[in-house]
Design a protein around this ligand. Sequence first.
Ligand SMILES: Cc1ncc(COP(=O)(O)O)c(C=O)c1O
Ligand SMILES: [Zn+2]
Length: 407
Amino acid sequence: MRRCVPNTALVCDLCGRKYSLLDRRAFCVCGGLLHIELPLNKAEELPVNKDSRSLWRYRALIPLPQDVEVVSLGEGLTPLIRLGRSIYNYKVKKAFIKFEGSNPTGSFKDRGMTVVVSLAKYLGFKALISASTGNTASSMSAYARRAGLLPIVLVPRGSVAGGKVSQLKLYGAKVVEIDGSFDEAMSLVTKMAKDVNGDFYVVNSVNPWRIEGQKTVAYEIYEEVGVPDWIVVPVGNGGNIYSIWKGFKELLKLGLISKAPKVLAVQASGASPIAKAFKSGEYKPVSQPKTLASAIRIGNPVHWYRALNVLNESGGYAVTVNDEEILKAHIELARNEGIGVETSSATTLAGLKLAVNEGIIHEDEKVVLIATGHALKEPEVLNNYGFEAIAVKNALEALEVLKNSMR
Ligand SMILES: Cc1ncc(COP(=O)(O)O)c(C=O)c1O
Ligand SMILES: [Zn+2]
């Protein structure tokens, strides 16, 4: 018999139906999203495997059957970097960046992918499928190849950042380009996922196992700096904000913390259905989402109501930032801190500034920004910054130029 964490199941958010943890479906028959609730008792300390140098140190809290062979590339345990010279940091004294860009394929997606691909292989799937703005696709492709499975991705044509396209080429993904937005690609995958007997497994964050991996960033932050007052998260589809919150709620259940952080959701102003719903109380999808931050160019987030729940439950807040503010923060992180992130991740610094100015976040509060992806994902953005190379004829001239630039 395969052994699972006892008393756990896949549970539907909408109708409460329960399925075996090993069910091959990604959605409930009613169409609702599934989640996993761990039966956690109070613990003296976080159960960690200190020998593991990846997020699998939290294996005890990831409810896969014991005999699952893990498909790993060493994901997780990303750097938590204290902000120093950023100008906003003069207002907020204790701000950190959790640099998820240092994961194996350059984004936080690897956390969920290691878990869901491990299960996919165990269940005998031959192919994996996802809709993606690029990072899910890159991550899925790497882990699929590691597991010996076929990666099939649906992406919006012309709107995937160059670094991610290169990764898809490298891993040899089967790429299906949709003449439409991410939302349309997602809705296609959702329809296909209703075929539970298919040979492919949907590994978008609608798959509850993705969440079980992504939640581990909360455990890491807890181990590194305890409970921050605020976690600042860029929001696209809403899967990550929901995962991080799940991680903190589990720490509460374990009795390891007595209060969870407040969560600040940051969206790009041209793609901000969740931030708008937070303010107006009414959720309306955005039909043509627009922002240069292509990773969060999402108009109809699958997890929209979960993201709103996180903001309500945590006593959090939501802000929107425009492309100009995003680029300013992007450059500031690079040039004041040496941290190169995706534009979607730079929204966190821009959002922090707004929240401080609005009096939502206070200067003595401890803040962690979740920098979800690596700067190298977007060569087109970086190349726009440019520089003027100075041509010299010999070493002497080069020395002269150097002396002048030091002045
Ligand atoms: C770099 C980056 N940041 C943020 C997000 C948004 O995460 P979520 O869709 O889980 O809200 C994504 C999603 O693709 C991403 O790739
Ligand atoms: Zn249901």
